[in-house]
Design a protein around this ligand. Sequence first.
Ligand code: AHR
Length: 328
Amino acid sequence: MQKPRFWAFLMILVLFMAALTGCSNRAKDDKKDDALLLGFSQLGSESGWRIGNTISVQDAAQAAGVRLMLENANQSQEKQLTALRSFIAYRVDVIAFSPIVQDGWDNVLREAKEAGIPVIIEDRTVVTKDESLYAVHVGSDFYSEGVMAGEYLLKKLSTLPPETVLNVVELTGTQGSSPMLLRSAGFHDTVAKEPRIRILDSVSGDFMISKGKECVRLMLEKYGSDFDVLFSHNDAMMYGALEAFGEYGVTPGKDVIVISVDGEQEAIDLLKEGKVNCVVECTPMLGEAIMQIAKDLVDGKPVEREIYSSERAFTEFDDLSQLAPRGY
Ligand code: AHR
């Protein structure tokens, strides 16, 4: 006959095993139902564009019946890495994130891959040694946006007297981010063939109104009336630049040619008022595409690896009277 001590030991063992299994299944059990669980790491709230992007993801998740775990990293790569690791620990079905800068993601992407969680890179791109570490990138073709900005300037120059020289100040976005690097490359490559277009300076305004204003004040102090063109990598910095122009008695759209990227409603209104000359579109409305891709990934359906939004430039040469409200 077994001793009572043996049965007591067995009971404790069984309870311990049950507790362990309970722990390891808790993340899954907490999901409460079968709806797809998406972990989304937003990089910050630096611009109207970014806020529009977050709203687009939230609205689309609700419409698609996708449960969303949303983390805002407030412009910190460190915080984004922490958010991604928390999604992995929670065992979400799919991860999506907009990487603040393009480098430094390989380790966390490998951890997601090892956990069997597919990753959607949205908006900005990453540079990785191993392309299999993420499933899809969905967003804008930032290089083409820079090209469109350059093409507008070439066209503008062709309308001015032949002896005209245009000195450009480039107001760039966050250092090391893909839109900053690619918009710059596209613009420079396009205007490089025209010796009458010269880049005076490139300064980073970090995609923010306040920093855009600060940078343009400095540029006006430094270059005065030699400053002919502003190429701002986003609308937010352009709004700050316009405030700085106001302080220095410079009339935007006339004394200085103003080019921006994003296409927020406010920028289009400024274009119609003649204070801005060209706005290149960059759509933040990526939510629906993300939900569809997430569902396809979970269902094991084939997905395109690179999905670009269709975009255009709005310029002073266009009839914009029929343009639909932008929605951001
Ligand atoms: O990554 C897209 C860029 O980031 C947008 O142009 C800008 O407004 C945002 O902050």
